[in-house]
Design a protein around this ligand. Structure first.
Ligand code: GRF
Length: 201
């Protein structure tokens, strides 16, 4: 059994998809030991509580330095024996303390085909740019935003009659089926990292 923590700042639909995958045993040998949020108002916290998962709220504004904020989080992760961090709409850049402690053990999901359209508005930026295809990327986290080696990626065509809302909804559906698959690969030790390239065995 691998204990994981899911970090969220908002709605938490990706968290919900992971909770559902664990419950339905599509994702086995995983326990969501903690949900961490930097936002006390995040709906993700209500989802976690409903599922009986422990939660931790840590607000960045309560700490003078980022390092103190991260050390507080690391303390709770250690206490829960967390071995993998899953970022699911966590709107903060992971700093050097957490990166050092969980090197190669942090996943992120981004709603665009990286390296295009990094940042907080990947769906809208791709839509406004007029791309004919965008998608979803699950990657390992390194010290640059939306940058680490790619585990899974799925392209999604943009249709002529798409609105931002219709595109968003298709992208979220793909996110919800892709993320737990990437977690499953990692938990099963099926990921081999060679530089930027990830092989799946
Ligand atoms: C998702 O689109 C994810 O790719 C991005 O933030 C969004 C989070 O949505 N990083 P939710 O909170 O999981 O509903």
């Amino acid at each position: 059994m691998m204990n994981i923590a899911v970090f969220c700042s908002g709605n938490g639909t990706n968290l919900q998809a992971i909770i559902n995958a664990v419950k339905s045993r599509k994702l086995k040998s995983v326990k969501i030991a903690l949900v961490v949020s930097d936002n006390p108002g995040a709906y993700a916290l209500a989802r976690a509580k409903k599922a009986g998962i422990k939660t931790l709220v840590v607000e960045r504004s309560q700490f003078a330095a980022k390092s103190d904020f991260e050390k507080q989080i690391i303390g709770s992760l250690k206490k829960e024996n967390v071995r993998l961090i899953v970022l699911a709409g966590f709107m903060r850049i992971i700093g050097e303390d957490i990166l050092r402690e969980y090197k190669g053990k942090i996943l992120n999901i981004h709603p665009a085909l990286l390296p295009s359209f990094k940042g907080a508005h990947g769906i809208k930026d791709a839509f406004d740019y007029g791309v004919k295809a965008t998608g979803v990327t699950v990657h390992l986290v390194d010290d640059k935003m939306d940058h680490g080696p790619i585990i899974l990626q799925e392209a999604i065509p943009v249709k002529g009659n798409d609105t931002l809302e219709s595109l968003e909804s298709r992208i979220h559906k793909v996110e919800h089926k892709l993320y737990y698959k990437a977690i499953d690969l990692l938990v099963k030790g099926r990921i081999k990292i060679r530089g930027r390239k990830i092989g799946i065995i």
